[in-house]
Design a protein around this ligand. Structure first.
Ligand SMILES: *Cc1c(COP(=O)(O)O)cnc(C)c1O
Length: 472
């Protein structure tokens, strides 16, 4: 029986001919890719036959596979990089690419990508310049630091600081700050890669100034603070006051280095959020070098920004490792455009999507939720029940751990499909949507959905809830 089925499978050439006449745009696709997609489609049917899911030869004719083959091939040839709708309410979502760039930054990237640029050209002399010079001045003005350098990401920035100043020496850090930052990134491991020896002091929940003092010896190069980004020790907990640590470091001729993680340039006074240290506040407190990410609360491209004392930054830039960690023209152009907006903080709040999402007013959230619920009710089948609930969003990216941003959720439920199935269907949609399940209900947090995206979301809801079991 199986052999009859196998023999019923049409040849790849016949399938290609059908596809090319059915869809003119496929003519631009390299033939090897098209051929490969067709073969993969039939390989899947062959395994269907083997496991008994297909047993009738007529299911394998070209005619009966026309639509399926077209759908499969189009999907297979579509870009792997896809736009995704973020309905998780996590503003800085590492899996979803962290910050969305502002319009100014997007334009700057397009400009930098579309022609040659002055990445390393000194416009005054026509000789080789420094790529870091393009943003250094702005970073200094915005943070109050003497100098700045930008590398690939904040993990690279931490590594570079330690490699430059603490190689083969010791760096004192509080045990309570040795954090794991998601994925496989463990701060202590990154720090050890630099060759620095970590002297961990204090207990997880308690470190005193004296713990730092007692750890200092002739091998000590620096004291280091690491912002406890994605977790927070609640309850019985003490850490050392920053000004005392600055004094201790400098009295002993040591550097004080801080990995600020998310690092914001302006204070964010938002309902639900505590005051987190901003970069300028840490710089003015006397920390020698501060590093932070470009794509977390700052709202720019992936980058690791280091600001601090001039002679220290000069040493960083002459470290050979910097060459291996450098960022490219697209990153620097986006960063410049993002930073420029911070000179008018109100403008930054309005135009930088990450800041806008974090600080979104309750009225706007409620308005968006009502608008989305209305659209969904107008489109979705009767199988989908729609309700609006209060919920909680998160800043994400390790910033403001555990702090709740009050939000509105549009919740979708059905008596025929469970929440997990709904979630998976949204993930597999042509424009995938990521939401979350709360109390066995699939919920869309409107904080991270733009108004312009709502029609598309409603359209997705309609197709997800009108699918049959066989379709997913
Ligand atoms: C996020 C984070 C990092 C890593 O930053 P990347 O830009 O992702 O490399 C390092 N340290 C802290 C404290 C962080 O929050």
């Amino acid at each position: 029986m199986n052999s009859i089925c196998f023999r019923a499978i049409p040849s790849v050439d016949v399938c290609m001919e059908m596809l090319l006449s059915a869809d003119g745009t496929l003519a631009d696709v390299p033939r090897t890719c098209l051929r490969d997609a067709v073969s993969t489609y039939w390989d899947e049917r062959r395994s269907d036959i083997r496991r008994g899911a297909i047993s009738a030869p007529e299911l394998l004719t070209l005619e009966n596979n026309r639509a399926g083959l077209l759908r499969f091939v189009r999907k297979k040839l579509s870009p792997n990089f896809k736009r995704v709708l973020n309905a998780t309410g996590v503003v800085v979502h590492t899996n979803l690419g962290r910050s969305v760039l502002s319009e100014d930054a997007r334009k700057a990237v397009a400009r930098a990508a579309s022609g040659y640029c002055n990445l390393e050209l000194d416009m005054g002399t026509g000789t080789r310049g420094s790529r870091y010079g393009l943003v250094e001045d702005m970073l200094c003005k915005l943070t109050g630091a003497e100098a700045a350098i930008v590398v690939n990401n904040n993990a690279a920035a931490v590594m570079l600081m330690l490699d430059t100043f603490c190689r083969a020496g010791e760096v004192v850090v509080s045990r309570g700050e040795l954090v794991e930052i998601g994925g496989s990134f463990r701060m202590p491991d990154i720090m050890k890669k630099s060759g620095a020896v970590l002297r961990e002091v204090g207990a997880t929940n308690r470190t005193r100034l004296n713990d730092y003092r007692e750890a200092i010896n002739e091998n000590t190069c620096a004291l280091m603070r690491v912002h406890t980004s994605n977790f927070r020790i609640v309850g019985f907990h003490s850490s050392v006051d920053l000004s005392q640590l600055v004094t201790l470091a400098h009295d002993n001729g040591l550097l004080l280095i801080e990995d600020l993680g998310s690092g914001s340039l302006i204070p964010l006074h938002v309902q639900g959020l505590p005051d987190e240290p901003s970069v300028p506040s840490v710089v003015s407190a006397g920390v020698d070098l501060v590093s932070f990410s470009g794509d977390k609360v700052l709202g720019g491209p992936q980058a690791g920004i280091i600001v601090g004392r001039k002679e220290l930054v000069a040493k960083l830039s002459s470290n050979q490792l910097t060459r291996a960690l450098r960022c490219d023209k697209l990153c620097l152009s986006a960063l410049e455009a993002t930073l420029r907006q911070y000179f008018d903080p109100d403008k930054a709040m309005r135009n930088i999507p990450t800041l806008r999402c974090i600080t979104m007013a309750p009225g706007e959230l409620a308005g968006k939720a009502r608008a989305l619920a209305r659209r969904v009710k107008a489109h979705a089948s009767d199988a989908c029940r729609v309700s609006i609930r209060d919920g909680v969003s998160r800043v994400g990216g390790g910033a403001f751990p555990q702090y709740d941003l009050p939000t509105k959720l549009v919740c979708l439920s059905s008596s025929t499909v469970d929440a997990m199935t709904v979630k998976m269907r949204f993930l597999k949609a042509e424009t995938p949507l990521v939401g979350r399940i709360e109390d066995d209900t699939f919920c869309l947090d409107v904080r991270t959905l733009e108004r312009e995206e709502l029609p598309l979301v409603a359209h997705l809801v309609e197709s997800v809830f009108s699918m049959t079991k066989e379709q997913g």
